[in-house]
Unconditional design. Structure first.
Length: 301
């Protein structure tokens, strides 16, 4: 009996060794996992489950809504062309290898089948809301009446007019694709769920702190030596310059000092709707005319 048992044990061990030799990886390798989509960097994107009120499961047949297309690598023109041929509208690039687009579900299905596409996902309402407007669980914070800037897909913000009225909001200002609205924060979830809305962020109240730069840079000592920008021409390429027109409507610090203005981003419109370009130009060469010489740039002459 013992001899028979030993024979069986020996046979079992021999077979086990053969299995290890012939199938070392197939038998014991970890299961294959799907390659994860490339990282997508969106301001409003958070880890974990999305709040119910800021989640969209699917679009109706024929309904055009925003999606995020994640490509398999660096985006080439041919990849974008293949998406546009299906009928999708490319909106803007999202790091690392993604694009925000608008399309309907049928188009999304075709785009997902492209060899250059790794993933297609709905641009969730939660992604549209700036993190500063959300609590630790991703829900919109209750803040009462606030002022927000709503960006739309397309330049025409009038598509939101009825929604603003229904929300008892007040439109404060608007431009191409952006509108500033005063409303109760409990209405933000409703706006985030609109297909026409791209992003919602708080409007920051700007304050003037620009009279300290020359002290940090010690330009007073340089000015006493006669180096004040006299005879020099400076070019500033930014978001625009005040009204954008070189006449009496221009900011006093620049009047009579402009050689030429070129509108590169918007045809025949060099106005500064953002404010950054005017700030930078003032820091460089504003002559202080508007503040009686108190606040001026580094090269004011």
């Amino acid at each position: 009996m013992s001899r028979k048992f030993n024979t069986y044990v020996g046979l079992f061990l021999t077979m086990t060794m053969l299995v290890f030799m012939l199938f070392p990886i197939t038998l014991f390798a970890a299961p294959k996992t799907k390659v994860k989509a490339a990282e997508v960097h969106l301001k409003g994107m958070t880890n974990g489950n999305l709040p119910y009120g800021l989640t969209k499961q699917a679009y109706r047949n024929g309904e055009v809504g925003p999606y995020v297309i994640v490509f398999s690598g660096p985006i080439e023109q041919s990849m974008k062309n293949s998406v546009e041929l299906i009928g999708a509208t490319l909106v803007e690039f999202i790091p690392k290898f993604a694009f925000l687009v608008t399309m309907n579900p049928k188009m999304a299905e075709k785009v997902a089948g492209l060899s250059c596409v790794e993933e297609v996902m709905i641009y969730q309402p939660a992604y549209k809301v700036n993190p500063s407007l959300k609590d630790e669980f991703g829900n919109v914070k209750a803040q009462g009446e606030i002022v927000v800037r709503i960006s739309t897909f397309g330049d025409d913000t009038s598509v939101l007019d009825n929604e603003i009225i229904n929300a008892h909001g007040k439109k404060l200002a608007h431009g191409k694709g952006k509108v500033a609205v005063k409303m109760n924060s409990n209405q933000l979830e409703k706006f985030a769920n609109l297909n026409s809305v791209k992003h919602i962020e708080p409007v920051v109240q700007f304050e003037l702190f620009n009279d300290v730069a020359k002290g940090y840079m010690d330009v007073d000592d340089i000015w006493t030596l006669g180096y004040d920008g006299s005879g020099q021409v400076v070019g500033v390429c930014d978001t625009g310059l005040d009204t954008g027109v070189n006449n009496s409507t221009m900011h006093l610090d620049f009047q009579g000092r402009i050689d030429a203005i070129y509108a590169l981003g918007r045809t025949n419109d060099a106005s500064d709707t953002h404010g950054h370009g005017t700030h930078v130009a003032g820091s460089v060469l504003g002559d202080g005319a508007r503040s009686s010489g108190q606040i001026k740039g580094m090269a004011p002459a």
